[in-house]
Ligand binder design. Sequence first.
Ligand code: LAN
Length: 680
Amino acid sequence: MSMRERTQEASLPTPSLPEWEETAQSEEREGDEFSQSIQRALDVLAETQAEDGSWRGDYGGPLFLLPMYVATHWLTGEPLPESTRQGMLQYIQSVQNEDGGWGLDEVSSSLVFTTSINYVALRFLGASADEDAAVRARAWLHQHGGPVGSASWGKLLLAVLNLYDYEGVDPVQPELWLLPKFLPFHPTRLWCHARMVYLPMSYLYGMRATQPLSPLVEELRAELYPQPYDTIQWSSCRGKVASTDATYPRSGLIRMAHKVMSGYEAIRRKSWRERSLALTLEHIRYEDEQTHYICIGPVNKVLNTWVWHFANPEGPELQAHLKALPLYQWETPNGIKMQGYNSSQLWDTTFAVQAMLTAQGHQSHPNTYKQAMDFIDNNQVLEDPPEAETYARHEANGGWPFSTLDHGWPISDCTAEGAKTVMTAEDHTGEALEPARLRASIKWILGMQNKDGGWATYEPTRGPNWLELLNPSDVFGNIMIDYSHVECSSACIQALVQYKDRAPESLQKPIERAIQRGVHFLSQVQRNDGAWLGGWGVCFTYGTWFGVWGLLAAGVPATDKRIQQACEFLVSHQRKDGGWSESTESCHTGHYTETDESQPIRTAWALMALIAAGWKEDNAIQQGLHYLRHTQQEDGTWPEEHIAGIFNQTCAIHYDNYGKIFPLWALALAQQKTQTQGFH
Ligand code: LAN
């Protein structure tokens, strides 16, 4: 049965004994409408493309970021423009929970950590302590014991602001960087994001960086705590975490490590501290310079700025940091927030182009297509970091980053999607990326494969799994080492498969082997119910889309049990209206959980898996397409949906452009399948 027939079946009541001509006409109408949906979605992409050829969008969501941004201006005395100040105030108030607190992200329940620092930010931005938002926040905070129960990051941030005593901060010492490199817990073994966050933290802790007291700080000390500030027994606050903040209760090992480190802190040698501060500052400088002061992520961006404020307040480093800070700002109708990265531009653009190519959008929207390709072309990393070994950097030549070349840290799946995009573009248009550059990207992918056959994010895994027992964050899961992920692995397999026919003889074998090992990894991490758990998108629909595409690309037949089970899993969660509605809760609990309504992006992910697998049962594809077509709005967009991204199992993050890309891609894929091979 063709897709048109099936779509018609889902969307129209079956006529009793239709004349064949009538059927043919209505099929044609359906087909036209289908094409129109695709055209309208392509128009939206064209209309929303940024000048540099990429797509930019809201990449916010975590609620610990903006307070850090605001505090940077407070610390350095650099004034915020008035409209920015107001926009930030508006945003903080718009994401306050009904109970008066703030969650880890825009959709989660209140934590002491984020409530404390958002409260401080409100006051730094000029809100008075008597305002309703502040009164409600204080009530929540006092009920939960005040900042002494904050997750660890909150305590350190408050300590720098002189709103918490360093005696009550669990130690994070710069001397760890002086340890021999072969130790499995040497900082260079950590996931680069954890490494780059704890690096400036250890500097600030090591020098006990503290802002001088001021009248507002005195007021805040009185407002934040349920008890008088001077009566707090700080050393007993170490290790204390309120139940709201103890998402990952501390292991015996980290408790023991903290005890040892506290013991060391009492007897430490001055010269070791000085040496380690100098060494960590050198690493911080390197990271700043390599990333043009953008830094690998939002947290180390702010913390590195703070480091320079204390280390060299009049120096050029602080100025360079302040200049780059607004790259993290994003304005929404709800006010101004700080984003989770300097943008998601490269990542979104590779998907947008792949969706366009599937929809033949390079023909209907040639300028949009060309500019997007230029962006991808201009943002490939073409050199390795200097002195990579000294600074524990993995090679980078050939990789693509998540945001921009200036940021510069390449990532496995961003590189794979970049490579896939340029190869698919070549297949469609004949225009190719310079072969040496494409080859470099593939070699980089090959060099990133882990021993388990999978791919992690920025670096091959460097440390043992048990390092997770030393996770001191309280609120984030899986941050200690760079783990292999289904998404990264699938994307890398797809890129390698696509490259195989273009590969020089010398690379044929290594590529073939890497693909087989990758397939082994994907099979290993598939769950018994057929699903894959996504790490970076919500959640099973996202992970399963990647799992299925990875296996299919590697030549696993659609009839294989692994693919069949994955499809059955997806179909078993399809709703009556044809859509899928998975919620962020799935990522926290590991069980498929739904929101109140179907969501276009999740629906597109599930459909893309089913369509690629040629799923025949239950009219599932037709109903899904029907849902997508009928939820598309007049202007070609889909209604805004629940937050679609996640990281470290707990924190939700917006991927604004996904709503423009994935429904389009799913529709285009369905149309392409009909045209090329009949639907099945
Ligand atoms: C990101 C953003 C991109 C994302 C994808 C490329 C989508 C993914 O497939 C691999 C992982 C990656 C690179 C990723 C990892 C975690 C990040 C960097 C983030 C979600 C953006 C912000 C987050 C970072 C860790 C936030 C700071 C918090 C810490 C716990 C250190």
